[in-house]
Design a protein. Structure first.
Length: 91
């Protein structure tokens, strides 16, 4: 979600009821343009419940939000998306 300066707010999560049949999605990426593009692509069909800008907070966010799907960048500062995916599967 864009802030007043046109950038993104830190780790934007929306809590609330999800429409029946909708899937809760978390998107993790350090690139604001990619985050917005993915959100726009998914929004017609899915509930994008959270956008994570800091990959190291992804595990905590997943635990809180309990998403159906997590989409993550593979190469982010301080984190490897493939390894994050493995850690998510282990949980």
């Amino acid at each position: 979600m864009a802030d007043s300066k046109g950038g993104f707010e830190q780790n934007t999560c929306e809590r609330g009821d999800i429409a029946r049949g909708a899937y809760r999605v978390i998107v993790a990426d350090d690139n604001e343009l990619v985050l917005e593009a993915v959100r726009q692509l998914l929004t017609p069909e899915f509930e994008v419940s959270c956008v994570v800008h800091e990959p190291l907070l992804l595990m905590e966010t997943v635990e809180q939000q309990k998403p159906d799907v997590v989409i993550t960048d593979i190469n982010m500062p301080g984190a490897n998306g493939i390894e994050l995916g493995r850690l998510l599967i282990e949980r």
